[in-house]
Structure formats: structure tokens, C-alpha cells
Design a protein around this ligand. Structure first.
Ligand code: ATP
Length: 234
């Protein structure tokens, strides 16, 4: 579903690459955490998957597309296959919960009767069916993130990518958000979550891809932070 082969990403004027010949593969239906210190390259890795960035070198396939050769006019179709969730929710403040979720489908040109069916389904999935008329500021942080997840999944993407989705949440809400992503994954969606949050990585026991200074330092199935000994420095 996602394949990086020797992918290097250099930002203009930066002496060191943000990612340095990274190779990894995430299969259809997998759940993977991407971890690593601040600046290790997590966001860069995710932005390459969504074509927010274009790799400086290497080969990259996402959802059956070769991103090296993908023309710009085909980027919207790629993004239809990917739902993205951010740390800061990024909801439209002047729209209700229902309108925020429906907006994605309107932009995609989906028919009104489809929107009427899909939006309540997505809100039901995230447990917010009864809060559709609220505006984002009338919701807790955890609820706002659930709206953002409903918005990401309402178009039924093959992949959900979340960049620090629990960064603004307390531990209880964080666990609920990851449980929700786990449920979405169990229904067949490939899920990739970049996070600093050791507690959730330990709790959920998924594949962990650890980056350090643009390199993959570790890539373990089902490990969590605490199970496999950390690399000994030096
Ligand atoms: N737009 C940019 N221009 C130049 N350098 C950048 C840019 N974005 C990121 N970088 C650099 O690339 C490296 C990787 O950054 P990235 O944001 O991918 O890390 P991260 O692991 O997501 O960090 P954080 O956990 O703080 O979000 C860092 O050295 C960063 O300074």
C-alpha cells in the first residue's frame, strides 16, 4: 500500500537531508506507528505520502501510484484515497460538526443523497451522532479530534495518516482516539500514526517504525517501546 525505496528528502538550503535513503513498506490493512525525536523526519515521511512534498531521490509508491512520476493533475485522486488527521484538528470554526464532515464530500462532488447517508454514518462511528449541530468550539479537544477523524474517513479512504493526533489531548482522550483509529484499521483501512506519545505506543502494541536524524533506526512488528530493549547508545 505504501512503499519507500531509498527515499531521500532534502529541504532547500538545509545541509543535512530530513530523510536519508529510507526504505520501508506498509502493507494494506496494517497499523504502524512512526516514532522518533523532534526533527527526526516523521512529518516529512507523512508529507511525502500525501504528495505535500516531493522526494529528492528514491522511489515511492502510495495506493498503487508511483509518486515519482505522478502528474500534479492526478494528486487530487491520490488524496481521495488518503484521509489525514492533524494534531491541531483543523476544523472549520464557522461550520457545524455535520457541515465540517459534509464539506469534504461536497468538494469531491458527491451527490446530496450520498452525503446525507455517509455523514451520519461517520459521526456514528466516532460517537458524535448527537452533536452534529454543534460548532467546534462547543466541543472538547477529544471530541474535536473525533470530528476530524470522521472528516478523514467519511470518503472511505484506503489509508488514514495521522500526524501527532493525540498531541493536544490528555491521556484518557489520547487512548480513545487511538482506539478509534484501531477500529478503523480493523475495518480494513491502512493506518499510519506519527507520535511522540510513548504511553500509547506501549499500550497498543503495533508495528513501530523509529526514525532518528532521517534514518530508520528500528522497525519492529507488534513491539511497543517497552518490549524490545532500546538501542544502547554508542
Ligand atoms: N520546510 C522545511 N524547510 C527546511 N527544513 C525543514 C522543513 N521542514 C522540516 N525541516 C527539517 O527537516 C527535519 C525533519 O523535520 P520533520 O518535521 O519531518 O520532523 P518531525 O520528526 O516530524 O519533528 P516534530 O516531532 O518536531 O514534528 C528537521 O531537521 C527539520 O528542521
Amino acid at each position: 500500500m505504501i512503499r519507500f525505496e531509498d527515499v531521500t528528502m532534502r529541504y532547500a538550503k538545509e545541509p543535512e537531508p530530513a530523510l536519508d535513503e529510507v526504505s520501508l513498506e506498509i502493507a494494506r490493512g496494517e497499523f504502524a506507528f512512526v516514532v522518533g525525536a523532534s526533527g527526526s523526519g516523521k512529518s516529512t515521511l507523512l508529507k511525502l505520502m500525501t504528495r505535500e512534498l516531493i522526494a529528492s531521490a528514491g522511489e515511492l509508491w502510495v495506493a498503487g501510484r508511483d509518486l515519482r512520476t505522478l502528474p500534479d493533475r492526478k494528486v487530487p485522486a491520490l488524496r481521495r484515497d488518503i484521509g489525514v488527521v492533524y494534531q491541531d484538528f483543523r476544523l472549520l470554526e464557522d461550520k457545524t460538526v455535520t457541515q465540517n464532515v459534509a464539506f469534504v464530500l461536497q468538494v469531491l462532488g458527491r451527490k446530496r443523497h450520498e452525503i446525507k447517508q455517509l455523514v451520519p454514518e461517520a459521526l456514528e462511528l466516532v460517537g458524535l451522532r448527537d452533536k452534529g449541530n454543534r460548532r467546534p468550539h462547543q466541543l472538547s479537544g477529544g471530541e474535536q479530534q473525533r470530528v476530524a477523524i470522521a472528516r478523514a474517513v467519511v470518503k472511505k479512504p484506503a489509508i488514514v495518516i495521522a500526524d501527532e493526533p493525540t498531541g493536544n489531548l490528555d491521556p484518557e482522550n489520547s487512548a480513545e482516539i487511538v482506539e478509534l483509529l484501531e477500529r478503523i484499521n480493523k475495518a480494513g483501512t491502512t493506518v499510519v500514526v506519527a507520535t511522540h506519545d510513548h504511553t500509547i505506543v506501549d499500550e497498543f502494541r503495533k508495528r513501530v517504525i523509529e526514525l532518528s536524524e532521517g534514518l530508520v533506526m528500528r522497525d519492529d512488528e507488534q513491539s511497543g517501546y517497552g518490549v524490545v530493549p532500546r538501542r544502547v547508545a554508542g
